[in-house]
Design a protein around this ligand. Sequence first.
Ligand code: NCD
Ligand code: ZN
Length: 341
Amino acid sequence: MQLKLRKPDDWHVHLRDGDALATTVPDCAQSFARAIVMPNLKPPVASLDAARAYRDRILAAVPEGMAFEPLMTLYLTPDLAIEAVREGKASGLIQGVKLYPQGATTNSEAGVASLEGVMPVLEAMAEVGLPLLVHGEVTDRDIDIFDREAIFLERTLGPLMNRLPQLRVILEHITTADSVNFVKAHPSMGATITAHHLIYSRNDMLAGGIRPHLYCLPILKRASHRGALIEAATSGDPQFFLGTDSAPHAIGDKESDCGCAGCYTAPHALSLYASVFDRAGRLDQFEAFASLNGARFYGLPVNTQTVTLIKQPMLIPETRPLGSQQVRLLGAGETLDWSLA
Ligand code: NCD
Ligand code: ZN
């Protein structure tokens, strides 16, 4: 059995920088024609010059004969200039601005503590039609980590959407039924869904032993939320689209006393997603989720290239190089039903 579809795009990926690009870029480009590249480098990609230079470093890592278009984002800091928003949009260099609540995740220290100070920038984005990409979690230490996404909707995103209903917002890597319902209730919104949140729930991470390679942010939730995500992703609803949030960390940084958050899925992402759609009996909706809905939301043309998936067992390799270190693949050593032809 074969599945031929327009080449997908990854609407949320971490390619990192430096010598890591030698593998993260080909791993992504093999399956995806374009990718929205996250700006949480150290220091963050917070200016047009930084975005242009990062884009050039990514393009330099695209293997000969492969086509890949990195779609750049700006990191929203309290200092981001309105001019950068206008120029970034007008020049076509910037496809979105990423909001990290300060302290929410990897390299978010430079993020935003309160939206009040960045309202003029958000207003300019609404005016020129540049989407806001949101890491949707509150960071208060007294809020339970499993509730941080739902409370963010209530306290932060709901009020923002009321204040700026014309702002186009993508709620990234959603993990709860609350977020599915919230996005559906706001027509100017979209949401990305990762493969790992479609495949695993928190029991997989914590019952019978702690599995650091399943630790990501937002953290895996209970199984009923996973069910809501599968339903949203496979429904064909154009508000939901593929974003791997592939986020490599070296093995030692994950298997540690204070392990980093992030799962590496880029090399086998399409096989992971296809297996989910197959098990749900919705392979007919896979192309919409992977190759059509995101492009439509971003106002970009759909890809003309195609990829073919074959229903043939694929053993997930254990590791990949990450610069001078190694990263462990999500689901290492397990077998998937679908392979990339
Ligand atoms: C991401 C990373 O490592 O950059 N980690 C993660 O768990 N998803 C950051 C992010 O998207 O939250
Ligand atoms: Zn991410």
